[in-house]
Design a protein around this ligand. Structure first.
Ligand code: COI
Length: 355
């Protein structure tokens, strides 16, 4: 990796750290002091800088505002017992950002720019990484078009930025989900696999309808038949039916290739768990709920970590799932993942970068 990126660093003169309450962190509300910025112009990335977090100046004709050419990532940094900063699977996020970028005609961010921007930003804002159990520094890299032009074509200019937020749990309790059989999140050949801003915009209205009915999130089904479970709005989903862990495959291009999903599957394989990467039919899920063979269901995501599912709504019926104790697979996997992320367990897969 080329390590000669020259980044101009301009630190804030008035840090927000003293007035930040690390005992009351709501997801995404508190933003750390600095941001990394790079500009893409004339076919190359340049003008690398770390500067105080501040509003951007945008022209009303900015292409992203109109046509949504924007992709993002979510990753986390943790503090170990010695106060060292650990970043989890940043290389996987860098690769996924570029897969999303390619689909949206956005130029890729080379690995050395992503990694150096990230590590230098965290060096500057290391004090923002919480050292409380369950808390972490959420990292938001994103790329968006900056041409001021109303014709439909890929922008010529872009910004790549990273900012961070100290966070606690995204969900403070087990979630209730509604199986969505009317609206569609993604179709084959579309952009469902990409972490594209527009995918999230399109999912807001259906999710809001479910929230008005008392559910936290949707369980999306496939766009063609609405008979197969795909993913949830904020996370991939996994089901333990009898002793088999079932999760949707990422081969149809309609499902986000979750990095937590991949980490869970990797660890589950090592534990000798039976795994089926296949589409679970809605009727099969309902049968398993009725017969009690659905042992547990949970979401996996960077923000959500492992989010237990407590209730599933299918076509007018609510099914409750029993609360899980420490021997449940989801809790063992959460404990194992946290052990690796916070540096308490051996990092056999080289998932951690220490800075
Ligand atoms: C993430 O888990 O990083 C996401 O981007 C999902 C979003 C709900 C915050």
């Amino acid at each position: 990796m080329n390590t000669t990126l020259s980044i101009e660093i301009n630190k804030t003169k008035s840090s927000k750290l003293p007035q930040t309450n690390f005992d009351d962190l709501k997801f995404g509300q508190t933003i750390s002091d600095h941001m990394f910025v790079a500009d893409y112009e004339n076919g190359e990335w340049g003008n690398f800088r770390i500067e105080p977090y501040a509003p951007l100046q945008l022209n009303p004709a900015n292409a992203t505002l109109h046509y949504g050419q924007s992709v993002f990532e979510g990753m986390k940094a943790y503090k170990n017992e010695n106060g060292e900063a650990l970043i989890f699977r940043a290389d996987a996020n860098q690769k996924r950002l570029n897969e999303s970028a390619k689909r949206m005609c956005i130029p890729e961010v080379p690995e050395h720019i992503f990694m150096e921007g990230l590590t230098q930003l965290l060096e500057v804002d290391k004090a923002w990484i919480p050292n409380k159990p369950g808390c972490s520094l959420y990292i938001r890299p994103f790329v968006f078009a900056t041409d001021d032009y109303l014709g439909i074509r890929p922008s010529d200019k872009y910004k790549f930025m990273i900012f961070t937020c100290p966070v606690g749990n995204y969900y403070s309790k087990p979630v209730s989900v509604k199986v969505e059989c009317e609206y569609t999140r993604a179709a084959e050949g579309g952009t469902g696999f990409a972490k594209a801003a527009g995918n999230y915009a399109g999912s807001l209205y259906p999710a809001l309808q479910a929230q008005k009915q008392g559910y936290d999130q949707l369980l999306w089904t496939d766009g063609k038949s609405h008979q197969h479970i795909e993913e949830s709005g904020t996370m991939n989903v996994m089901f333990m039916i009898n002793d088999t862990l079932i999760t949707a495959p990422t081969t149809t291009g309609t499902i986000l290739k979750g990095i937590t999903r991949d980490s869970v599957l990797t660890l589950a394989r090592e534990m000798g768990v039976n795994i089926e990467e296949r589409f679970l039919r809605v009727t099969e899920l309902e049968d398993a709920l009725r017969s009690g063979t659905l042992i547990e269901a949970f979401g996996t995501g960077t923000a959500a970590t492992i989010a237990h599912i407590a209730k599933i709504h299918i076509n007018g019926n609510d099914y409750e799932l029993p609360q899980k104790d420490n021997s449940a697979f989801s809790n063992i996997i959460l404990e194992t993942l946290d052990g690796i992320k916070y540096g308490r367990l051996e990092d056999k897969h080289n998932w951690i970068i220490k800075i």
